[in-house]
Design a protein around this ligand. Structure first.
Ligand SMILES: *Cc1c(COP(=O)(O)O)cnc(C)c1O
Length: 389
């Protein structure tokens, strides 16, 4: 059922119902196929999906798992990250990017982001690594680079830092799947890369799901074992401590259908929506900057207002017009209570502090038409008219 308000379909933040309608027949058929066979775990669709995703991303191995958080944790476990290790994480990201190293017993070191791209600052990263080395308490091990809001992190400048200090690169591509840099796809930049199939992500399933990508045969083998209770020859031969984290057959079947549409038009269409937004909003607010040669999968369309008052005023105006919006993210990672006493901030993350007061994410998905975008832009103009700008 599509809710109708004032003769117009309600504008959703990410419209999964419009998406379902666009592929309903195929989707119902795919789901019914799994129900008919009832091979709910490790059915044929799981392997088929892993093969397709690995080929698309351009890496040797794709290992699906229960969600994007487990995917990060599996990578860190495969590398044996734990007590005494420092893991560098952007200060402006979703909690899981820092939660997983902390859960492994490592210390997350929060690094400021670039104001324009929202992604980890390569300069701040190098300063943080040097600081940890000179403090001599922790061993620098991993950089978690997040492809925030759909734009790949600046790997051309991050990888040299990772290599210079002998670190490992973990690409958190939960929001970045489908993006690329000069044709090289997101989820191929890390020594291990991960993504999430949470319904609202660029490629989402109908529940929880995630995947790990790597070119390394050895790490892939360890991760396949870790996903199933540290299995050896089989599930009842346990050679290490692992977890239970699998993508089930129904979700794989859903993703196979969605992935076709994702490639055929969704990715292109969501980029079109971003262009419409940018052209209507660029004179009013700060619109996202995509670096030269970078392609975003637009997990979010996040604008930057001049100050907190303007941002909150705009959010209220949108709300009054029935338009949902979200603040991603209202706090720096280092400000989260859960990290107090557990994380380190080597220097003030002034860009995080700037952004958290000013960012606002607007409705964004491939099924938005020009009129939907115009409706949001007009509400933004009205907020401007009320002297918010
Ligand atoms: C969503 C997300 C995750 C976690 O994915 P889940 O599937 O929800 O566990 C990790 N990192 C980032 C940046 C995310 O946006």
């Amino acid at each position: 059922m599509v809710e109708v308000t004032g003769g117009l379909e309600e504008l959703e933040f990410r419209d999964l119902r419009r998406q379902y309608k666009a592929m309903q027949e195929e989707m119902d058929h795919a789901v019914a196929g799994v129900l008919g066979r009832s091979d709910f775990i490790s059915g044929q669709e799981v392997q088929a999906l892993e093969d397709k995703l690995a080929e698309y991303v351009g890496v040797k191995h794709c290992i699906t798992c229960g969600n994007g958080t487990d995917a990060l944790e599996l990578a860190l476990m495969a590398w044996g990250i734990g007590e005494g290790d420092a893991v560098f994480v952007p200060d402006f990201t979703f909690f899981a990017s820092g939660e997983t190293p902390a859960n492994c017993g490592a210390v997350p070191v929060f690094v400021d982001v670039d104001r324009d791209t929202f992604n980890i600052s390569p300069e701040a990263l190098e300063r943080a690594v040097k600081k940890i080395i000179s403090d001599g308490q922790l061993k620098p091990r991993v950089v978690v680079a997040v492809d925030l809001f759909g734009q790949p992190a600046d790997y051309g400048r991050i990888i040299p830092v990772v290599q210079k200090y002998g670190l490992l690169l973990l690409e958190d591509g939960a929001q970045g799947f489908g993006g690329d840099i000069a044709g090289r796809r997101a989820c191929s930049f890390g020594d291990i890369s991960t993504t999430s199939f949470f319904p609202a992500k660029p490629l989402g399933c109908y529940g929880d799901g995630g995947a790990v990508f790597t070119d390394s045969d050895d790490w892939a083998e360890v991760i396949r074992s870790l996903c199933v209770h540290g299995k050896g020859k089989n599930k009842y031969d346990n050679v290490r401590l692992g977890m239970n984290s699998r993508l089930d057959t129904l979700q794989a079947a859903v993703l196979l259908v969605k992935f076709r549409h994702f490639q055929e038009y969704e990715l292109r269409q969501v980029n079109k929506v971003a262009e419409w937004y940018a052209s209507l909003l660029e004179d009013i607010v700060g619109v996202p900057a995509i670096q030269e040669g970078f392609y975003s999968s637009w997990a979010q369309f996040t604008i930057v207002c001049r100050d907190r008052r303007e941002r909150d005023g705009l959010q209220q105006e949108l709300k009054d017009s029935g338009i949902p919006s979200m603040i991603y993210y209202a706090k720096g990672m280092h400000e989260q209570k859960a990290f107090s006493g557990r994380g380190i901030v080597p220097e003030i993350c002034s860009n995080t502090l700037y952004l958290k007061e000013r960012v606002l994410s607007l409705p964004m998905h491939p099924y938005m038409g020009r009129d939907d975008v115009r409706k949001v832009a007009e509400a933004a103009q009205r907020a401007g008219g009320k002297r918010i700008w």
